[in-house]
Ligand binder design. Structure first.
Ligand SMILES: [Zn+2]
Length: 191
């Protein structure tokens, strides 16, 4: 009787090379079609951008994590109907930020926020409340909106991008002007 051989594959991350077996360490297929081990997947998703899709098409909202290797919704599925790109932009040898984008949508406002506002960043309190109300409900926009949150090399600040489909930009602007932050207000709060 010949020995039972278990098919193995090597994790594709440079410097990892973990051997994966079907039962002990399942392999995960990244968005590039290559296979990765569980801990590389976990690390990637821990550092991923958080995407909130909200509006009429998304009910209570749709959460997607966009990493360098994996793109997954809250059920671990690759989202359909939307495509994301992600790249690292280095500002010097130590610092930089991830630039995550939703393909085919228009970025109506972008900037940054912090969960630790001080006197000089008091506008961030209004901004955070506004974004939270859009995401968790109570203030759902009348058109689909994509909010992209990305960590930066400053652990206290988060990059924020607000995207809308081209033909919805005007409707979003009208809706904003009736609320706590109009488009100009939103843009300056993000600065
Ligand atoms: Zn690995």
């Amino acid at each position: 009787m010949s020995a039972i051989t278990t098919p193995t594959a090597k994790c594709s991350t440079d410097g990892c090379g973990q051997l994966m077996t079907q039962y002990e360490d399942p392999e995960y297929v990244g968005s590039d079609g290559k296979v990765y081990c569980g801990s590389c997947r976990e690390h990637d998703l821990d550092n991923a951008a958080t995407i909130h899709l909200i509006g009429p098409s998304y009910g209570k909202g749709y959460l997607v994590k966009v990493g360098d290797l994996f793109v997954e919704d809250f059920e671990g599925e690759e989202p359909t109907g939307v495509t994301f790109t992600r790249k690292w932009v280095s500002s010097d040898s130590w610092r930089g930020y991830h630039q995550t984008n939703i393909v085919g949508w228009y970025e109506i406002a972008d900037g940054w926020t912090t969960g630790w506002p001080d006197d000089s960043t008091a506008r961030k309190v209004t901004l955070n409340d506004f974004i939270e109300a859009m995401i968790v409900g109570g203030n759902t926009p009348p058109v689909d909106v994509c909010i992209i949150l990305d960590s930066t090399s400053n652990v206290f600040s988060t990059a924020v991008g607000i995207h809308v489909k081209d033909h919805d930009a005007e409707a979003l602007q009208t809706w904003l002007s009736a609320g706590a932050l109009d488009l100009d207000g939103l843009r300056s709060a993000l600065r």
